[in-house]
Design a protein around this ligand. Structure first.
Ligand code: GLN
Length: 447
């Protein structure tokens, strides 16, 4: 029996994790004996289109929608011989940090089923952690690959903005969105990133990008510890394991210095102005006429209202926030200022990478939290992204890798960040750590 078949069967046995929204019949999985990814079974976040498969973005508004074409990343995976085994659960339209905003129910963390897997790529992270696939694709707008990777104990890369085509990805915030891999090892992250990256004529924001693996010369390497991000209140076990990671590189002979990113505290507020603003524009297309079954209605306005009632509360909240931030009279007070903050953050990151090769921070302030614990408090939920959003605003690559476990047995992730187009540096650094440790190879005993 094929590997894809085994994974699909295993996923059925683990149905209560609620990881997959759709899986094909095992016999329908495309097999290939050729290509760089010929032995890889991949799970794909359900905001990335695969031709002839349902695509919902975990929203009722797209219930019944069948993708008419392949996203560029899917085309590339197919050409490389990968097997596609299913579509994974996410927060509705990738808005969230816990997968609790999915219209199809929360995904559970395989390390502790009472806890969230993180979000929005919670299904993809959970699928890798529970060993229901070899690797998965997610999307990261403010942390949605790295935060669930940290919560589930897997390796996740948010690549340089523009290095991977967004064609066929359902847009959240177009100026921040990027597709990237979640897998067990940095080695597999590299393999998949090499396949999916590159310029695409169908996405004008893609850059000339030809990924080249690199070897790090440790004797000539400087790591920066951004003091503002180390001052954030961190769970003590997360702090200790992130420090242990820094120590690992120190032993290799690198120089470690404290650096400053003075606008760090403005990143989250700016993100929560810019993101909803783009959401309010991007989600206007779900109007009941184009993608979904038409709602019964007496007239056009009623059709529109009936259709949009299918958005969940978080999506509605962000459309309202964004419409307000962009409106006449408020634009100068909100959107314009947030854009200025973004420019400043970009500048600070560019400057810091004049001094150091790589930054290290924790990925999240806390380990995976309990289902329901933060669901009623959006601000508390937004704080899970304190350490991740700035990389999206700056457009730089960032990777989360497993660095240990809490005493209670929950995975801990740490974050490596490098300059634009230097994805190869953080991947090489993660590979070096994983060569000598086995946190990334641990699997949960699912009860
Ligand atoms: N958790 C963040 C948010 O809710 C990030 C989402 C994402 O990266 N897609 O916006």
């Amino acid at each position: 029996m094929s590997k894809a078949h085994d994974y699909i069967k295993k996923a059925e046995q683990q149905k209560d994790l609620n990881t997959f929204l759709f899986m094909p019949e095992p016999g329908a999985v495309r097999m290939c004996d050729d290509g760089e990814l010929k032995n890889y079974a991949l799970a794909i976040k359900d905001n990335i289109q695969i031709k002839d498969w349902p695509t919902t973005a975990s929203s009722k508004i797209l219930d019944g929608f069948i993708a008419p074409y392949d996203a560029t990343v899917i085309k590339k995976l197919k050409t490389a011989g990968a097997m596609l085994i299913g579509k994974t659960n996410l927060d509705e339209f990738a808005m969230g940090s816990s997968t609790e905003n999915s219209a199809f129910g929360v995904t559970k963390n395989p390390w502790d089923k009472e806890r969230v897997p993180g979000g929005s790529s919670g299904g993809s992270a959970s699928a890798v952690a529970a060993d229901l696939c070899d690797a998965a694709l997610g999307s990261d707008t403010g942390g949605s690959i790295r935060q669930p990777a940290a919560f589930c104990g897997v390796t996740g890369l948010k690549p340089t903005y523009g290095s991977v085509s967004r064609y066929g990805l359902l847009a959240l915030a177009s100026s921040l969105d990027v597709i990237g891999p979640l897998t067990r090892s940095a080695e597999d992250v590299e393999k998949i990133f090499q396949v999916i990256s590159g310029k695409d004529e169908l996405d004008q924001t893609t850059i000339d990008y030809n990924y080249q693996p690199t070897e790090i010369d440790w004797s000539n390497f400087t790591i920066g510890l951004p003091k503002e991000l180390w001052q954030i209140e961190l769970d003590p076990e997360i702090k200790a394991q992130t420090e242990a990671l820094v120590e690992f590189y120190k032993q290799k002979g690198v120089k470690v210095i404290e650096v400053s990113l003075p606008s760090s505290d403005l990143a989250l507020p700016a993100y929560y102005i810019i993101l909803p603003s783009e959401v309010s524009a991007n989600l206007a297309r779900y109007d009941g006429i184009r993608y979904q079954k038409s709602a019964e209605a007496k007239n056009l306005l009623e059709k529109y209202l009936h259709t949009r009632a299918n958005f969940g509360p978080e999506v509605k909240r962000r459309i309202l926030l964004g419409t307000y931030s962009l409106s006449v009279g408020h634009y100068d007070d909100y959107y314009m200022i947030a854009e200025r903050v973004r420019t400043q953050i970009k500048k600070e990151y560019a400057e810091v990478f004049g001094q150091v090769d790589m930054l290290i921070t924790a990925t999240t302030p806390t380990p995976a939290f309990k289902i329901g614990e933060k669901a009623s408090d959006p601000i508390e939920m937004y704080k899970s992204d304190l350490l991740t959003v700035a990389a999206n605003l700056a457009g730089v690559p960032a990777l989360s890798l497993p660095v240990g476990f809490t005493k209670a047995g929950l995975p801990i992730g740490a974050q490596l960040i490098s300059a634009r187009k230097n994805d190869n540096i953080i991947i090489a650094a993660a590979k070096a750590f994983q060569k000598e440790t086995d946190f990334h190879q641990q699997t949960p005993k699912i009860k």
